[in-house]
Write a protein that binds this ligand. Structure first.
Ligand code: GTP
Ligand code: MG
Length: 470
């Protein structure tokens, strides 16, 4: 019975075991440069661990001759940092455990942004007893010390690696605990249900009315609906993480590369009036309403005997399958030809937008369904961008809130949901003890998001993807 009742404590126990397992590493004081790896205006060296303040005492002194151990927490102090090689003006801020990013004593030294200076400070800290942090070790400690859930830690990484506004927004939501809250509330509800089932086993003779199958079923249905709603955001999340893959195709000289340049708002591709100018694919990205768009310009598709050009044309044809949407470009100033029609046949089964370019010359011949643009004047380009966005727009993209952007979270939610749905299906014909096995599995799967049931190898793999100093 204990194991069914102790879920909230299992979580704490897990942390305890994890701490014991990792005790040696956790007792180290770690140091790393937390800013970028090039020269800049300032660099920040971060120290965390039980000796962080003592080590900082060995190299920093404030303008009023105070060592970090005598400084108030969370105040930035101007002073000097002294290493074996140099003395430098620097700022220092002390965070005392547990009120720090890692939950440990933590010191940040802000120095001038030369890498030589920052490396010198790190080396000095190491000579005073610190060890160089591994990738993501500060955030890993924050997780182990209960400062954030695993999903929140992954949010930190998503924000750092974000390439679009939408990725920053989704990462911030993850960091702020939006998804962890849903997962841990679901775990709490499962814990309650399992506990009640357990009570009904232990005291059947008292006919405790704690639980009825109908009541359990309804509560599981509510839980299932909530998790399903969250899982449904994964489509929008995939778009945020991976962006929209757009492919530009058309016959030679219709203005594909000019369109690419206009969409990117810079001269990325060579444009000439010679058909066959683009021979290989050209890839770049831009964003529409904060969503990343990966775009590929291709060689004009036509029958050619030129070996190099033919390879480009074949490559263009192969890329059609992988695209989320194809921009089929024609020349609005000229009648459509058989070549245009043949290319259209290649892409018509894909999601596509027909574009009549060179509208500044004339567009009397253009297809009525096409969006009329001029890559020369910019006419119709904004309309085209919004049309691309519209094809992928979903309420989740617009409303914000919790969005599943991470495949691991999607998997964990799907498995939890599957087990809950199994329980709902089986509840009328199975005994409640069997149902609680499904609930236990669902609980465990949700723990992959909060981190309270995640295996050490997975945790290591997640944090190894972080950068040094984070
Ligand atoms: N007037 C006008 N000219 C355009 C427009 N778009 C492209 N052109 C011209 O058309 C010619 C061909 O443009 P590109 O962008 O190189 O055409 P492309 O489809 O990439 O051609 P290939 O790479 O050979 O397949 C160039 O002379 C461009 O300046 C447009 O909107 N209006
Ligand atoms: Mg081109």
């Amino acid at each position: 019975m204990g194991c069914l009742f102790c879920y909230s404590t299992t979580c704490k126990l897990y942390f305890l075991l994890y701490n014991i397992f990792d005790m040696e590493n956790l007792s180290d004081t770690i140091v790393a440069i937390s800013t970028g790896s090039t020269n800049g205006a300032i660099s920040i060296v971060r120290l965390s661990g039980k000796n962080a303040i003592e080590i900082a005492d060995g190299l920093f002194e404030s303008a009023k001759h105070k060592k970090p151990s005598a400084l108030p927490a969370r105040y930035l102090e101007l002073g000097k940092v002294k290493t074996k090689g140099f003395v430098e003006q620097a700022m220092c801020v002390v965070f005392r455990a547990p009120a720090s990013y890692t939950g440990e004593d933590l010191v940040e030294i802000q120095c001038h942004g030369g890498l030589k200076i920052a490396h010198g400070i790190v080396e000095e800290c190491i000579s005073l007893g610190a060890r160089l942090a591994t990738n993501g070790e500060f955030t890993k400690r924050a997780f182990i010390n209960g400062k954030m859930s695993l999903a929140s830690a992954e949010g930190v990484m998503d924000i750092i690696n974000a390439e679009s506004d939408a990725q920053v927004r989704a990462g911030y939501n993850l960091l702020s605990g939006g998804l962890s809250k849903i997962a841990s509330e679901a775990q709490d509800e499962l814990t309650d249900l399992m506990s009640e089932i357990e009570v009904s086993f232990d005291y059947p003779e008292e006919q405790i009315e704690y639980i009825t199958k109908a009541n359990t079923k309804q509560r599981l249905k509510n839980l299932s609906d909530k998790l399903q709603k969250t899982l449904d955001t994964a489509g929008a999340g995939n778009l945020i993480s991976n962006g929209i893959n757009v492919l530009i195709v058309g016959k030679p000289n219709v203005g594909k590369s000019s369109l690419l340049n206009k969409l990117l708002d810079r001269e990325r591709a060579i444009v000439t009036d010679i058909p066959g100018t683009t021979r290989d694919t050209i890839e770049d990205s831009f964003s529409i309403n904060g969503i990343k768009v990966k775009i590929i310009d291709t060689a004009g598709i036509h029958d050619t005997t030129d070996m190099v050009e033919k390879m480009g044309v074949d490559k263009a044809k192969n890329l059609i399958d992988a695209a989320d949407i194809v921009l089929f470009v024609t020349d609005a100033s000229k009648p459509l030809t058989d070549e245009d029609k043949k290319i259209f046949d290649l892409i018509k089964s894909k999601q596509h937008i027909e574009i009549a370019n060179k509208a500044d010359i004339s567009h009397n011949n253009s297809n009525k369904k096409a969006i009329v643009v001029s890559s020369l004047t910019g006419e119709g380009i904004e309309e085209l961008k919004q049309e691309i966005f519209k094809r992928f727009e979903s309420p989740n993209l617009v409303e914000g809130g919790v969005i599943i952007t991470n495949e691991r979270h999607k998997q964990a939610l799907s498995v939890a949901l599957e087990n809950i749905n199994n329980a709902i299906r089986e509840i009328d014909c199975q005994t409640l003890d069997l149902i609680s096995i499904d609930l236990k599995l669902a609980y465990s799967s949700l723990g992959e998001i909060t981190g309270n049931t995640t295996g050490e190898d997975i945790i290591d793999a997640i944090f190894s993807k972080f950068c040094l100093g984070k």
